[in-house]
Design a protein around this ligand. Structure first.
Ligand code: ADP
Ligand code: MG
Length: 260
């Protein structure tokens, strides 16, 4: 039995007027514990819908979605989702934000909460900013705080929905390295949504390529590179990227013929 099982999953949204829209059709996918899987595809192909069904925010209307042997029926602290918006509380310090998820936990003293929060701030390289407020941090640092907050509750799995979408290209590459390192160090299973082909190739063990109308899985691509040997200029990387480009029918040569 796989850690995450998606069998014939579908999603039909119904609006208040009773009109129906099919966002996902017959998705079948298994994800192993510790895997890093990207859901890749153009806007509107159902990536967020699928992630939301896994996280339990908005359930699938057809088929079966299960994590760790249990059908997903709602949100769980074992499954944390990180969004593009950092969702930090501006009136709290960085440490206070990371502690948020720990406050409901019984039997955890303030000192234990602090030390756990520090541990995760260190994991994202922000231990020196514990007493700063979110508005004093760059976007990349704020997203790091949000990642630390998610990890601090020690979930089984991390869902990420275009988490680096608002960041500049250089910061984005740094955070990609961070999340790879963190996934490796913590052994977490990560399901990461992106519409960026190179990001998917850089991060994934496997890429699930999705396509719209209706949202479905078009292809699953294994990424042959091992962690620690990710190099955007390597032959393996370029070959894998070209393979994914080909799935989207993107050609490298210009499609327009110039008539002189
Ligand atoms: P992606 O994340 O790949 O951009 P989404 O999962 O957000 O795609 O959306 C897939 C499709 O479902 C889109 O056509 C979108 O308009 C539609 N959709 C998403 N959420 C809702 C909703 N709550 N009600 C109706 N339609 C929705
Ligand atoms: Mg989306």
């Amino acid at each position: 039995m796989a850690f995450i099982e998606i069998e014939h999953a579908g999603k039909v949204y119904t609006n208040p007027a009773g009109e129906k829209f099919r966002a996902l059709n017959d998705v079948n996918l298994e994800i192993e514990r510790g895997e890093f899987v990207c859901l890749l595809g153009p806007s509107g192909c159902g990536k967020s819908t699928l992630l939301s069904a896994l996280a339990g925010f908005d359930l699938a209307t057809e088929g079966r979605v299960a994590v760790d042997g249990e059908e997903v029926r709602g949100p769980s602290p074992e499954r944390v989702t990180i969004f593009q918006q950092y969702g930090l509380l501006p009136w709290r310090t960085v440490l206070g934000n990371v502690e948020l998820g720990l406050e409901g936990r019984r039997g955890l003293s303030k000192a234990e909460r602090d030390s756990t929060a520090y541990e995760y701030l260190a994991l994202v390289g922000l231990e020196d900013f514990a007493s700063a407020h979110p508005n004093e941090l760059s976007g990349g640092m704020q997203q790091r705080v949000s990642i630390a907050r998610g990890l601090a509750v020690n979930p089984e799995v991390l869902f990420m929905d275009e988490p680096f979408g608002a960041l500049d290209a250089i910061t984005r590459m740094k955070l990609q390295d961070d999340i790879l390192r963190i996934a490796k160090e913590t052994g977490k299973t990560v399901v990461f949504v992106t519409h960026d082909i190179e990001e998917a190739v850089y991060l994934s063990d496997r890429i699930v390529v999705m396509t719209p109308n209706p949202g479905r899985v078009k292809s699953v691509v294994e990424v042959p590179m091992s962690w620690g040997f990710r190099d955007r200029t390597s032959e393996d990387f370029v070959a894998c990227r070209d393979k994914v480009f080909a799935i989207f029918n993107m050609k490298h040569e210009p499609e327009i013929e110039y008539v002189i």
